[in-house]
Design a protein around this ligand. Structure first.
Ligand code: ADP
Length: 355
């Protein structure tokens, strides 16, 4: 499916990019008829892109192969980011967005991508079904039980009472008497509902025709789903082990630390780490062998190996990267920097696993 996504989206992206280039008139001024034609290409291209995205997300969710990937994040940052990405679309449609995220607290555990998919579909509907000059209100709060509440309210055309249950069914669209064409194929809300079900959440709707619609989403916080990520540290220095174990555990990682680079294969087999930190001291033979052995093997080549070394030389760094190291840190290291680098590596592992 990943391939098909690419095949469908790549040519469309380039069509849209070229149309945008034409509209920007960098290569020559357009006459009014040509400008109108370019706008039509862009409008229809955007609809097609939305359609393809919806169909692909739909087949992904409906096939049942999509499992929720839980991670911890700050809901406030997550929603601010989302708001920033929709702001230009709202501006283009002459709609003002008012956001109130003041009641959001701390961290939250859920599938960020699914949540983003759900909320952004609600927002794009709110924008699509609101006239110019309309308002979109985003409200979010952390509830007493830790759940996340998100409301998307618009001042749009509203949804008749009798259609309010049906709109969550696949391919359902409310019949409109107005002349405007809204596009879409009736999959957006099906996707929202399926994604929320996967996260144990729910959605409620209140709407009045010609006035407003309000979609209220509640998603449970799921810290118990958080897979503690495993880091194997190969370091013979017991003081370093003590320091790393304590700070990594505080950050929510599972960690195992010890020397003996020659036993790396069996330690990986037992502990199944997602990341290895390997101390190769002054480019010792046993350290280099362990690095080579891991990155070239079937059991280790997908696990990033961060090398820790006492030598700070360009030659050694290049040699380590040539041997497949994912990162290179010099001892004595700064703990905060190490943690940041560890997070970056783990983030890449996550991205790879969902790609
Ligand atoms: P579509 O991609 O066709 O918009 P959806 O599943 O997202 O499909 O929505 C189904 C139908 O529900 C839409 O066709 C529209 O009639 C109605 N609808 C959804 N959101 C809104 C909204 N915010 N305001 C008015 N009508 C809405």
């Amino acid at each position: 499916m990943g391939n098909i996504t690419h095949e469908l989206k790549t040519p469309l992206h380039s069509i849209l990019a070229i149309a945008q280039l034409l509209r920007s008139e960098v290569d020559g001024v357009l006459n009014s008829e040509q400008r109108r034609q370019v706008e039509m290409i862009l409008k229809n291209g955007d609809s097609l892109l939305e359609l393809i995205t919806h169909l692909l997300q739909y087949s992904d969710l409906e096939s049942g192969t999509r499992r929720a990937q839980y991670e911890e994040f700050k809901p406030k940052e997550f929603l601010e980011e989302l708001r920033l990405t929709v702001e230009p679309i709202a501006q283009k449609g002459g709609i003002t967005i008012e956001a109130n995220f003041g009641q959001l607290a701390g961290m939250f555990v859920s599938d960020r991508r699914l949540l983003r998919q759900a909320i952004s579909n609600l927002i794009s509907n709110a924008l699509k079904f609101s006239p110019r000059g309309g308002h979109l209100a985003l409200y979010a709060a952390t509830l007493h039980d830790g759940s996340l509440l998100v409301e998307v309210a618009d001042s749009g055309i509203g949804i008749p009472q009798e259609a309010q249950e049906m709109i969550f069914s696949e391919f359902y669209q409310v019949e409109r008497t107005d002349a405007r064409r809204y596009g879409g194929v009736g999959l957006g809300l099906t996707l929202v509902k399926t994604a929320l079900e996967l996260l144990g959440g729910k959605i409620e709707l209140r709407s009045e025709v010609g006035q407003a619609s309000l979609f209220r989403v509640t998603i449970p916080n799921a810290p118990e789903r958080l897979k503690r990520r495993r880091i194997l540290v190969v370091d013979a220095d017991s003081a370093i082990c003590l320091a790393l174990e304590s700070s990594f555990r505080k950050e929510g990682f599972e960690v195992e630390c010890g020397g003996d680079a020659d036993r790396i294969e069996s330690r990986v087999a037992e502990f199944r780490p997602e990341l290895i930190i390997l101390d190769i001291r002054g480019f010792d033979a046993s350290g280099v062998r362990a690095l080579q052995h891991t990155t070239a093997s079937s059991w280790g080549r997908d696990i990033p190996v961060m090398v820790m070394s006492s030598v700070d030389g360009a030659k050694e760094r290049s040699r380590a990267f040539e041997l497949g190291a994912a990162d290179y840190m010099v001892k004595p290291f700064d703990l905060a920097e190490l943690l940041a680098r560890v997070r970056l590596q783990l983030e890449r592992v996550t991205l790879k696993s969902v790609a």
